[in-house]
Design a binder for this molecule. Structure first.
Ligand SMILES: [Mn+2]
Length: 355
């Protein structure tokens, strides 16, 4: 085995001990207690789950399982193939189990609505079933009493790692499979510790997970630097449609459904296109428009430098996210949606100038 992916037992124990006090201060006591007492839990990521939502849900299953809890991870949508990098991905169910839970946990989102059809199942549970929420999105405005929302956390998996420490669970369990599961989410949401959301705490959690057996470099390569041919062809085709506006400060590209059929790519293979757009050094706003049917468009926004807040761009269309990365679904033909969103960006720039 390579140096990466080995459990460094002494190093892990030293780091876990050093971070325990900080973890206990970070996790709200009521959330920790609710997780401690529940014996049968449903843990639910948002629909179309990414590595952070999946890693957080699967990590919780493994952590609470160490204390004897039965945990079902239930997702509205099947995980994309790229997330096979998560060694416990096979534990995701697409249907609720036959048993009813004594607590449910929603991860990496604010509202059962974001969990699609599983959210409907959550809403149908008795009101007395404790509902726990763990999320790091700044747009989270949940009113659930058992909510831990930490917008300074780079990833929900960073928060779940702290929960593990606070519960004194063993993050190095299962030959590093738990650590790998959580590291996948941190790597996803920080682009391998590159985004501005990376804090000293994120790196400390990263160091802890590395010592606990997560092969950081290998996970990063699989998520970010490995693509099927059809995906590279899709990216080439969509990036060829790149245009700019606002004097070059806004760049955008549009993916039509025909781009998928003509390259043989799947929708999930469009992952990463917005990040390629965001590489344009002259621009501070990058927008990726996706046709998702004749009257539905999905948009992803990235901003940097003096560019407007991404949540302000998508907020008027019912979307949400972070200041530098946000998204929305707009019930309009994609070209109409593009016109509206680009006008909104121009308007936000004008407001910024006006003060
Ligand atoms: Mn996340």
């Amino acid at each position: 085995m390579s140096e990466q992916g080995m459990v460094h037992a002494a190093e892990y124990v030293r780091r876990a001990d050093a971070l325990q006090t900080m973890a206990l201060a970070a996790v709200p006591a009521n959330v920790l207690e609710a997780l401690r007492v529940a014996k049968r839990l449903w843990v639910v990521p948002h629909e179309r789950p990414d590595a952070d939502a999946l890693g957080a849900a699967l990590g919780l299953k493994s952590i609470l399982g160490q204390f004897g809890a039965e945990v079902a991870v239930i997702s509205a949508d099947a995980p994309p193939a790229v997330y096979d990098v998560i060694p416990t991905i096979g534990d995701v169910s697409l249907e609720a189990p036959s048993w009813s839970p004594d607590a449910i946990v929603l991860v990496d989102c604010a509202d059962p609505k974001r969990a699609g059809r599983i959210g409907d199942l959550i809403n149908a549970l008795p009101a007395s079933t404790p509902r726990i929420l763990i999320d790091h999105h700044v747009s989270n405005d949940s009113t659930w009493p058992l909510a831990w929302v930490d917008a300074r956390a780079a990833a929900t998996c960073e928060m779940v790692s702290l929960i593990a420490l606070a519960l004194k669970a063993d993050l190095s369990a299962d030959q590093g499979r738990l650590a790998t599961t959580l590291a996948a989410g941190v790597i996803m949401d920080t682009a391998t510790f590159q985004h501005g959301n990376t804090t000293p705490r994120t790196l400390e959690v990263g160091g802890l997970l590395l010592a606990a057996g997560a092969p950081i470099s290998e996970i990063s390569r699989k998520i970010y630097r490995s693509k099927p041919l059809a995906q590279v062809q899709l990216h080439a085709r969509v990036l060829a449609s790149l245009k700019s506006t606002d004097g070059g400060r806004t760049v955008f590209a549009t993916m039509m459904l025909a781009d998928l059929t003509e390259t043989g790519a799947t929708l999930e293979m469009s992952e990463g296109i917005v990040d390629a757009l965001a590489q344009v050094s002259e621009a501070d706003v990058a927008i990726f428009f996706k046709e998702d049917g004749p009257t539905t468009a999905r948009i992803s926004v990235r901003t940097k430098g003096e560019g407007p807040d991404a949540t302000a761009v998508v907020g008027s269309f019912g979307g949400g996210g972070h200041a530098r990365a946000a998204g929305a679904t707009i019930e309009r033909p994609v070209n109409e949606a593009a016109t509206l969103v680009l006008a909104r960006v121009t308007e936000l720039r004008a407001h910024a100038v006006a003060g």
